[in-house]
Design a protein around this ligand. Structure first.
Ligand code: G3P
Ligand code: MG
Length: 256
C-alpha cells in the first residue's frame, strides 16, 4: 500500500464522540478531556432539534445519554441545552449540557481541533439535517475554504445518502465522506454520487482487499471504532489512513 499516494490530509487518530469513553459522549467535557490528552481531532454526531437548530447528539431519543424521555425532535434546541447530558456517565459530569452544534464547532475551531462532523439525522430529517450542517460548516470555515486550506476544513460524513446529497447541493465546498458499516458492492457509485472524498467504514467488516480497492480508486479510508492498538496497526498496514477511537487513554494522538 505504500506505493499509493496519501489521500487523507487530516489527523490519523480521532477521539470518537468527542472524548471516547473517558467522558460523556458528544459533550464539551469530552472535548476538554481529549484536549488534555493532546488530541486535536474529533468525530462527533449532529442532529436537528424541533426548531431546526442542530445539536450535538447521537441518539434520536432521550434517555440513554440525556436525562428525559421522548424524541429529540420533540424539543427545541434551547430546551435540549438545559437537559443533563453528563449525569448518566458520572456524578461529576452532572449538568453537562447538550451542546449546540454552532457553539461546539466554534469551540473546536478556536482550540485548533479538526472535526469529522457526522450528520446523524433523526428519522425523516435527512435532507434538512445534511443541508443545515453543511451550510453552517461552510460559513464557519469560509476563510479557510477561500484560502484553499482544506486540511483545516471539517469533513462531513453520514450513513444517510440523502443527507450527503443535500450537503453536496447546499455547500459543495465542504468535503464529504460516505459512512458504511459494511462496504456495499456499489460503494464507489455511491461515493461518486455524493462526490465524496473518503469512505468511512466499520473496521470489523473490512478486508485487506477492500481496503486496497478503496485506496486504489483514490478515496481516503477511515475506520471506526478502533480500540486496540494491535488492530490499529494491522489496519494501517492494509492502507487504512485514519480511525477514531474510544480509548484516548490507550492511543496517543500521534499513534503510528
Ligand atoms: O463516524 C463513525 C462512527 O461514529 C459511526 O457510528 O454510531 O458511533 O455514530 P456511531
Ligand atoms: Mg458517530
Amino acid at each position: 500500500m505504500a506505493t499509493l499516494p496519501g489521500s487523507w490530509p487530516y489527523p490519523r487518530v480521532l477521539a470518537h464522540r468527542g472524548g471516547g469513553t473517558l467522558a460523556p459522549e458528544n459533550t464539551l467535557a469530552g472535548m476538554r478531556e481529549g484536549l488534555r490528552r493532546g488530541y486535536r481531532a474529533i468525530e462527533y454526531d449532529i442532529m436537528l432539534a424541533r426548531d431546526g437548530v442542530p445539536v450535538v447528539l447521537h441518539d434520536p431519543y432521550l434517555g440513554r445519554t440525556v436525562a428525559g424521555s421522548g424524541k429529540v425532535v420533540d424539543y427545541d434546541a434551547s430546551e435540549l441545552a438545559l437537559l443533563d447530558a453528563g449525569g448518566w456517565f458520572a456524578r461529576k459530569f452532572e449538568g453537562e449540557p447538550v451542546p449546540l452544534f454552532v457553539e461546539f464547532a466554534q469551540y473546536c475551531k478556536a482550540h485548533g481541533v479538526w472535526m469529522n462532523m457526522e450528520i446523524k439525522p433523526a428519522p425523516g430529517y435527512d435532507i434538512e439535517t445534511g443541508g443545515t450542517v453543511a451550510r453552517i460548516a461552510a460559513a464557519l470555515f469560509a476563510e479557510d475554504i477561500a484560502a484553499g486550506d482544506m486540511a483545516a476544513v471539517p469533513l462531513l460524513s453520514s450513513f444517510s445518502m440523502l443527507a450527503l446529497a443535500s450537503a453536496r447541493d447546499l455547500a459543495p465546498q465542504v468535503p464529504r465522506a460516505c459512512l458504511m458499516s459494511e462496504l456495499a458492492p456499489d460503494w464507489e457509485r455511491r461515493a461518486r454520487e455524493v462526490e465524496a472524498i473518503a469512505i468511512h467504514t466499520n473496521h470489523k467488516h473490512l478486508t485487506p482487499q477492500l481496503a486496497q480497492e478503496v485506496r486504489a480508486a483514490g478515496y481516503g479510508l477511515f475506520c471506526y471504532t478502533v480500540n486496540e492498538p494491535r488492530r490499529a496497526r494491522e489496519l494501517l498496514s492494509w492502507g487504512v489512513e485514519a480511525f477514531c477511537t474510544d480509548r484516548i487513554d490507550l492511543f496517543k494522538p500521534d499513534f503510528s
